[in-house]
Design a protein around this ligand. Sequence first.
Ligand code: CAA
Length: 262
Amino acid sequence: MELSPKLLKLSRLETGILHIMLARPEALNALNTELMDELQQVLLQAKEEPSVKAILLTGEGKAFCAGADIKQLAKLNGQTGLHFSRKGQNIFRALEQLGKPSLAAINGYALGGGCELAMAATLRIASTTAAFGQPEVKLGVIPGFGGTQRLSRLIGKGRALDLCLSGRVITAAEAYTWGLVSEVVETHDLLMRAKQILNTLTALPPRALQSMMTVIDQGYDLSLHDALELEAAHFGLCCATHDKEEGVKAFLEKRVAEFCGE
Ligand code: CAA
């Protein structure tokens, strides 16, 4: 990866994991245009680069991300607000549709756009000290980077309305109970656990993972009939891969499969 962003720290971990750390700790990693542009570039490159198999997202310091930059929000009017929202939505959608699994390891505040960024990742785990919320209402706006939609899809309409309307902050334990994160671990274990999960995924056949993410993402908004058609089409695609042949053969021969990604 040749990019050298200023507000993100990039590192390559074992087994093709690209670690993207939001690195604006003095502003609790708030999302300004510069940071969002950098994230967009990095994601674009990660999508194209075959050696990148998965993305790990973290925040430097005590927050994962405290949301959109409020200093920048202060300057938005009706027109620029619309563009700002679309910009964030497009970048987060690119993460969601990357075709490679991503995991947000949430170490502290994930508020507003920070919670929205985490929700665009494929998976989310949190440390016991993490806190989640959509406090935009207190600023006179609504979540604008996909929060109203992804939150209700993830935790249900009632709880999404509760969080968005009240602007209140919930603990990691509540976020787990509500299905917003899939695991809560001690702070010192967070990174290790995140890598463990991603390492498990990068050892699996990437085409099957990609099909799975596509079908679950796109199928959600289709009729059951059309979603099942989509599932069948991708099942067929997977059946035509070398990795399916190898996975089934390895099972029958009682050995560990060696997937090649084809
Ligand atoms: N934008 C810009 N700066 C931010 C920020 C944000 N979202 N959140 C925190 N900061 C800055 C603070 O201004 C402060 O900077 P200074 O030291 O220069 O004053 C620094 O980060 C540290 O923050 P605090 O001193 O406030 O830290 P704290 O521990 O006392 O409080 C907090 C932490 C509860 C997260 C508090 O910072 C907070 O409430 N932040 C705002 C959260 C928020 O409202 N997010 C929604 C943003 S709008 C949005 O995201 C819209 C959208 O969906 C697109």
